[in-house]
Design a binder for this molecule. Structure first.
Ligand SMILES: Cc1ncc(COP(=O)(O)O)c(C=O)c1O
Length: 398
């Protein structure tokens, strides 16, 4: 008898954690490594948020909490949605979860059966692919093109819909490209989902992280159905509030879907720790000025990084409008994405993520998360330049 289940054999995890482990191993052997691989803010969580959890712990909020989330946090989330997306969801449309990643799993598991298909942007966030594989759901990839600023083309999406399609996943601003969709594109995505009666999972974890000079705003398809029919908004505190380690998210969707997702959470993890949720309430209810200043710092870093990357021989990078990722092409170096990342880690001490881990269309690119200081960004560019310019092995055409 096989020892492990078929589902276990389909588990892939998140390659990023494996890349980080390798970089840490090199560090332990005494090598200096500059980290650009993981999408984890380098800022600490703002202190007023930390105090929310601290005070709750001191006040004895160390017991089980309601499985769908503390009422005050769901109320605060509903008000934020009203301000940011123009509609106020009912409380039964809102679920508090341990981070945003699990929302994707719950949403797909509650709406699609094995053998169904989901449309996914490629390159895209690694969990879309690994969750669909685990659930035995077909992956229908929509290639994103550099020439189109890596924005998903709604007409390409519509072409891929089959009788088996249950859901479309969209993600703006995008991981790994930083691309931000226009209002028109978002509207078209919603219309396509409606026309074919599909769920639309809109991953908006980077919605706050849009740079004003990108001359765009964040547009959510949820404004067209108020998350009542088909739109499921994936969201959380990890990125914009610098809270990756807290594991806190809030998902909004149609009440029948949210109710089942809530039962799934109750079945598997019972509830989110109440003191963690108190931190979330403080995050939403207090001044957003520290968040705004983190975002403007990210914009300055993006400028330094993108400018620097475009001075490297064989490297070309467009200007991402949001999130905290740059997605340069490295084809001009003559190396594959994996070779480029290997060489940069081992010889320059710069840790990057190879494009192919984000999907079939990631070859030729690498992802750099600029959650790192301006000094380190400049240092990394310098090290990469030294390697590419001075080492004969790595010059174009050799
Ligand atoms: C697009 C996208 N969605 C969801 C997540 C998951 O976020 P969390 O850490 O809150 O689970 C990430 C994290 O990298 C992401 O990039």
């Amino acid at each position: 008898m096989k020892r492990l289940s078929d589902a276990a054999s389909r588990l892939e995890g998140q390659p990023m954690f494996q890349i980080l482990a390798r970089a840490k191993e090199l560090e332990r052997s005494g090598k200096e490594v500059l980290h650009f691989e993981l999408g984890d803010p380098d800022f600490n969580t703002p202190s007023h948020i930390v105090e929310g959890a601290y005070n709750a712990l001191k006040n004895g909020e160390t017991h089980y909490a309601p499985s769908n989330g503390i009422l005050e946090l769901r109320l605060a989330a509903a008000e934020v949605t009203q301000r940011s997306r123009g509609f106020k969801p009912e409380l039964d449309q809102i679920l508090v979860t341990p981070g945003a990643n699990v929302q994707i799993y719950y949403a797909v598991a509650c709406t699609a059966n094995p053998g169904d298909e989901v449309i996914v942007p490629d390159p895209g966030f690694v969990s879309y692919f690994s969750i669909l594989k685990l659930l035995n759901i077909g992956i229908n990839r929509v290639p994103l093109h550099e020439e189109n600023g890596f924005r998903i083309d709604p007409s390409e999406v519509e072409k891929r819909i089959t009788g088996k399609t249950r859901m479309i996943i969209m993600n703006s601003p995008s991981n790994p490209t930083g691309a931000v969709m226009t209002e028109q594109e978002v509207k078209e995505m919603y219309e396509i989902a409606k026309r074919h009666d599909l769920f639309l999972l809109s991953d908006e974890i980077y919605a706050r992280m849009i740079f004003k000079d990108a001359n765009t705003n964040h547009y959510s398809p949820s404004r067209y159905d108020s998350c009542r029919e088909r739109t499921i908004v994936v969201n959380g505190f990890s990125k914009s509030y610098a809270m990756t380690g807290w594991r806190l998210g809030v998902v909004t969707g149609p009440s029948d879907v949210i109710s089942k997702m809530g039962l799934m959470l109750e079945t598997t993890t019972s509830c989110v720790s109440p003191f963690i949720q108190r931190a979330g309430i403080n995050a939403l209810r207090n001044s957003q000025s520290t968040i705004d200043s983190m975002i403007s710092e990210y914009r300055d870093r993006r400028d330094i990084l993108v400018r620097g990357l475009n001075t490297l021989p064989g490297v070309k990078c467009n200007n991402p409008g949001g999130a905290f990722y740059a997605f340069p092409s490295v084809t001009g170096t003559g190396m594959s994405s994996n070779e480029f990342c290997e060489v940069m880690l081992n010889e320059a001490g710069v840790s990057l993520a190879p494009g192919p881990i984000f999907g079939d269309n990631g070859e030729g690119y690498v992802r750099m998360c600029y959650a790192n200081s301006k000094e380190n960004i400049q240092k990394a560019i310098g090290k990469m330049r030294d390697l590419l310019e001075n080492n004969h092995k790595y010059t174009l055409g050799d």
